[in-house]
Design a protein around this ligand. Structure first.
Ligand SMILES: [Zn+2]
Length: 503
């Protein structure tokens, strides 16, 4: 009996779907325009990417995809065309007529802005998963013995050579590009000499991805932080019209941070800092807050365990907040402050933090943000609490992952949404894939179903960088060998014995 009734349901739906199609056809409305999603034709040819993308004057159109623009003034479309010229978006239009222009067939794909990661320590790429089960600090228990401060910062970071910096930065950049993270804020605490800084910057530039180079501390006699910021700014960042920009690091837990903040402000650079209350930073942060030192140029990372004074000053200053949900949960930074942040009216951006402990892909970020906030609110609901905060939606966390990230890196005039006039940092996500089809809700599919294998095509500044599942013009086997050689050196120099099954 059960089989019978189950079998009846699709049939009833099929009838109403047929009726719907008939009605719309009679009314002369294209089916795709009425909210349904057109999959690609079976056996559709895989063609080459258009040539010369991103070059001045080069036009092409991304046609037939479901467009999630993340700009309320542009809106969303079950099917629309996105016209690119040079590095910019010219139009997002369901009825675009552009004869003679090269076409990227986006049928079966979701077309959306690239993800923006507002805090990532890319120098740790060679140390991936080394600290999968680790805490920030040694808590005196056996599980805390191999921890972030003692091993990653205390042992590994100290022995990086410029060449290690370069290959770690490049490989980490390309890996995130492959996963659809078109912009990163890289914070690599390996500025042991100006050559180390040069290596980090040239690697970020070589990756051809959008990045904010975060100039943070280094160690040893040759470190020129923070004073070398002036040279770096002049040598590499004189122009604002390039993919890589600069942010000044000003860690409030390190002596002399006041000087770094002063230099950053003199050079007209945004200033970023980790703020982790449980590591003893609440008092310093309160002091800065009450002294009126916070500004709209600040980006504060983590913000766990921060006082009411600190939060209020952050809000009043218009500073940005970056939350690294999975890392904060697993490494004991404190509870990710999503409820407090939203209560203050501050939308956070998302950050992957460290690949020694967690993947740098953004689907993991968005799912963690969504499920944690909903878990907290759902528990309040079960307990009968009044004045429940609104539950986050999939669209909310995509906004954190795109537009808010761009705002926090001061790049929202350039990227973060599919807005005509902005630069074209665009993803085509495969909604016809086995783990996603059939498509019934665009933001929901991106956040709750997708992962990096669904990142079909990636465009940065108008240039196609990943095409039909493959990064273009990159010799990954060669780079991987170089990264492994760096890894071998780092373990040896740091005096850490490799152990693939460490308990
Ligand atoms: Zn960090």
């Amino acid at each position: 009996m059960r089989e019978h009734s189950d079998a009846g349901r699709p049939s009833a739906q099929g009838t109403s779907r047929r009726a719907f199609l008939k009605t719309t056809a009679a009314a002369g409305i294209a089916v795709a325009g009425s909210g349904w999603f057109e999959p690609p034709a079976a056996g559709a040819q895989v063609t080459a990417a258009p040539s010369g993308t991103g070059e001045p004057g080069r036009r092409y159109v991304i046609r037939g995809g479901a467009v999630l623009s993340m700009d309320p003034r542009v809106g969303d479309f079950a099917q629309a065309a996105v016209l690119i010229e040079g590095k910019k978006i010219v139009a997002v239009d369901p009825k675009l007529d552009a004869p003679g222009v090269a076409v990227i067939d986006a049928r079966g794909k979701i077309v959306m802005p690239g993800f923006v990661d507002t805090h990532h320590h890319q120098f740790e790429t060679a140390l991936r998963a080394f600290l999968a089960d680790g805490l920030l600090t040694n808590d005196g228990k056996p599980a805390g013995a191999v921890n972030y401060f003692d091993y990653i910062l205390g042992k590994f970071a100290r022995v990086y050579r410029p060449r290690d910096v370069y290959i770690n930065e490049l490989f980490g950049s390309l890996s995130q590009l492959d996963a659809g993270v078109t912009t990163v804020h890289d914070i690599s605490q390996i500025h042991h000499s100006p050559e180390h800084s040069d290596a980090a910057i040239t690697a970020l530039m070589a990756a051809g991805r959008r990045a904010a180079f975060g100039y943070f501390e280094g160690h040893g006699d040759k470190t020129a932080y923070p004073g070398d910021a002036a040279r770096i700014r002049k040598q590499y960042f004189a122009s604002d019209d390039q993919l890589v920009t600069m942010i000044m690091g000003g860690e409030i837990y390190l002596p002399g941070y006041e000087k770094a903040w002063e230099i950053g402000r003199q050079l007209n650079l945004p200033i970023a800092a980790h703020v982790v209350g449980p590591l003893g930073m609440t008092e310093t942060f309160d002091k800065l807050a009450t002294a009126g030192k916070l500004g709209p140029d600040n980006l504060f990372i983590h913000m766990t365990g921060i006082s009411e004074t600190g939060w209020k000053a952050t809000k009043d200053a218009g500073a940005g907040v970056s939350i690294a949900f999975p890392i904060e949960m697993t490494m004991r930074h404190g509870m990710p402050p999503i409820l407090k942040s939203l209560e203050m009216g501050i939308e956070p951006s998302l950050s992957v933090d460290v690949e020694c402990t967690m993947t740098a892909d953004f689907f993991t970020q968005m799912r963690s943000a969504l499920t944690l906030q909903r878990a907290l609110v759902n528990q309040m609901a079960i307990e009968g609490r009044k004045d429940l905060p609104d539950l986050l939606t999939s669209r909310d966390v995509i906004r954190f992952a795109t537009l808010q990230g761009a705002k926090d890196l001061k790049l929202d005039r350039k990227v973060g949404s599919l807005t005509p006039g902005k630069e074209a940092d665009i993803l085509l996500l495969d909604a016809s894939a086995i783990n996603v089809a059939p498509l019934n809700h665009v933001p929901g599919a991106v956040v709750t179903l997708m992962e990096r294998s669904n990142v079909d095509t990636v465009i940065v500044g108008g240039k196609v960088r990943k095409w039909r599942g493959r990064l273009l013009n990159v010799d990954l086997p060669k780079l991987r060998v170089e990264l492994e050689a760096s890894r071998d050196y780092l373990f040896k120099a740091a005096g850490v014995k490799p152990d693939l099954f460490r308990r």
